[in-house]
Ligand binder design. Structure first.
Ligand code: HEC
Length: 195
């Protein structure tokens, strides 16, 4: 083997290593990873069960996210719901209840729909906070729900969808104002230096 071939081969190998490293850091870069539940240590994801009990990921309060949400991006996420739900005015129930005017309505209030006992057992109305919690992980927020949907893990996706759902009503309600607690939570989070 000639020297120049060896040099050529080692340059190629170094380039390959460099590229692999770039790929690995891209894949596991927490900023660009949709699921914020696992922690990332030295570039490698640690499964959630290892970090469970450690401090919770910070989620920006929904009222604050709604202030900068883009309802025009709602339909992109609503496309994940439309096999089971109609969002349009006068829409009928499918696998799930019709959702026109859902914001501000009592939970499980469509008399024509056979809800699970799980949803029937929850008091309250579908405000921004309830929707944000339910849509993050339906089965965690309403254990026993028959909504067969894993959830939307991205907090901005949920905010865009909820902002759009606020508009799908005869008399759309105003978006909620951030509460004093919401603002204090953001301030404390920023002071902690985490992102
Ligand atoms: C596979 C079908 C399916 C998909 C997909 C689905 N849902 Fe549902 N959804 C249901 C069912 C079924 C229920 C009733 C749950 C129960 O009774 O426990 C429900 C209930 C709901 C409720 C409560 C309605 C009420 O009257 O109280 C809301 C809000 C909701 N879904 C929103 C959504 C949104 C938003 C999406 C998309 C991000 C979505 N769902 C995706 C089937 C689905």
């Amino acid at each position: 083997m000639s020297n120049s071939f060896l040099i050529f081969a080692s340059v190629l190998f170094a380039a390959f290593l460099g590229l692999s490293f770039i790929q690995i850091t891209k894949i596991y870069d927490p900023e660009h990873h949709g699921d914020h539940h696992g922690k990332v240590v030295y570039g490698f994801p640690v499964p959630e069960f290892v970090t469970a009990g450690a401090e919770e990921e910070f989620v920006t309060p929904i009222a604050i996210r709604l202030a900068s949400a883009n309802p025009a991006l709602g339909p992109k996420n609503a496309a994940k719901c439309t096999t089971c739900h109609a969002f349009e005015q006068g829409g009928a129930a499918k696998l799930g209840p019709a959702l026109w005017g859902i914001v501000g309505r009592d939970i499980a209030a469509d008399d024509g729909f056979a809800y699970s006992g799980a949803l029937m057992g929850i008091d309250g109305v579908w405000d921004a906070e309830a929707l944000d919690g339910f849509l993050l992980k339906p089965k965690a927020w309403a254990p026993g729900t028959k909504m067969g949907f894993a959830g939307l893990s991205d907090e901005a996706d949920r905010a865009n969808l909820i902002a759009w759902m606020f508009q799908q009503a005869d008399a759309p309600l105003a978006l909620p104002e951030p509460s004093a607690e919401d603002l204090a939570a953001i301030e404390a989070h920023e002071a902690s230096g985490e992102h």
